[in-house]
Structure formats: C-alpha cells, structure tokens
Design a protein around this ligand. Structure first.
Ligand code: HQG
Length: 190
C-alpha cells in the first residue's frame, strides 16, 4: 500500500469506527456512511480521496476493514468500533479454539478479570495463531492466549464472525483462557 493509501486507511478507520464527528459525518444506526458525503467531507478536511481511491481501499485492504452496501452508496467498517453500532452480527458456532493476541504487561489484569472489550464493542479473536501474534505486537511484547471457544459456546456465550473473518465476543471470562506457561513461547498450559 502506498503512503497516501495507508494514511487514508488509518483515517477512515478513525472516522468509521470511532469519531465521525471529526469531519462532521453522521453514521446510521448500523454504522453506514453515505459514500458521496464521506468523500466530500474527507476532501474538505484536507485529505484527498476519490471514489476510485475509496473503492481500492475497500476491495484491496489486506485486513478487509471496510465494506460497501450492495449498490455502493454506503460504506462501513466491518468491525473494531468503539461507537455503538448494530453490525447485524449473527451468533455462529466458533472453531474449537480461538486465539487472542495481547501484550505481557496486560496479563495479570487479564488473569483476574478475563478479556474485556475496553473501548471497543467486542473482544477481538483470531482463528489463526499468527494473526493473534501480529495483533499482540501492536501493544508491546506479544503473547497469545488460547480461548476455549467451543466450551464457552456450550455454556451459552455467543460468538460472531465479522465480515473480514475476525471473531468477536462480548467478553471472555478467565476460566476459558489458557495462558502460556512461558511468556513469549507458544506453549500452553493444559
Ligand atoms: C487488552 C486491530 C487488561 C487486550 C487488530 C488488548 C484487531 C486487557 C487491549 C483489532 C483486558 C485492547 C483489535 C483486561 C483485554 N485487562 N488488558 N481485563 N482485556 N485487554 O486495540 O484486540 O488494525 O482495543 O488484550 O488487528 O488489540 O485496527 O484490541 O491488548 O483485530 O483493523 O486490551 O484492532 O485491527 O486493545 O485489537 P485493542 P486488540 P485494525
């Protein structure tokens, strides 16, 4: 991704997940932004964007952060919101285990409270361990936690899969989390 596209992708994440008011935009209850209005307001804010550039970001983004509606008149973020929006998520049967990447400095709090969504709407989980490592690295020294998703599901907890394959849950209580026996190594206590 070139420099301008990377900057734009970051800015759109801010606008479509957290702070649409920064450019005077309003999202609807399902998190959708009007495409024409978004393009106008982002340009007025001093960041150059065209429909073609937005389309390229939506289609080619490695993490599939954004999605268009059927006729491409609206766009929204697939997940990661701190704004309270209804993403029409439907509870699904998760894989037996899921992974959560975090940083070692959060471990003692997670052992005590479990995983909480913090400022976001959901706790984010990955089906692949490597993806979880990448997420953890954003926060510091990464550590991967294994979530007993199927056991949780049987106990009545709900899991959702966002359009980009990220698994979401409201919270993960500590008893469903396996912590690595040695921090920094992907070996887990049974
Ligand atoms: C931690 C990126 C202390 C949690 C990624 C995480 C992801 C706790 C941090 C997406 C805790 C929150 C989300 C507790 C959780 N005590 N710390 N009880 N419970 N935490 O950024 O999962 O690039 O809000 O482990 O790829 O890191 O933006 O969540 O370390 O999918 O598209 O609190 O963001 O996607 O951090 O990342 P975040 P996350 P994008």
């Amino acid at each position: 991704m070139d420099k301008h596209s990377a900057k734009l992708s970051k800015f759109l994440s801010l606008i479509l997940r957290h702070k649409p008011q920064v450019i005077g935009l309003q999202l609807d209850a399902n998190g959708w932004a009007d495409v024409e209005q978004l393009i106008d307001l982002v340009n007025q804010h001093g960041i150059a964007i065209s429909y073609e550039l937005l389309d390229a970001l939506v289609q080619k983004n490695d993490k599939q952060r954004f999605t268009f509606n059927a006729d491409h008149t609206k766009v929204r973020a697939n997940q990661g919101h701190s704004l309270s929006v209804d993403l029409d998520l439907v509870a699904e049967q998760p894989p037996r285990i899921l992974f959560h990447g975090t940083a070692t400095r959060f471990l003692s709090s997670i052992r005590e409270k479990g995983l909480l969504p913090g400022s976001r709407q959901h706790v984010h989980l990955a089906a692949e361990e490597l993806d979880a490592i990448r997420v953890g690295q954003r926060h510091g020294h990464p550590v991967v936690l294994v979530i007993q998703a199927n056991t949780m599901c049987q106990a009545g907890y709900q899991f959702y899969c966002a359009k980009n394959g990220v698994w979401l849950a409201e919270r993960i209580p500590p008893q469903y989390i396996q912590f690595p026996s040695k921090v920094g190594r992907s070996r887990f206590k049974q």
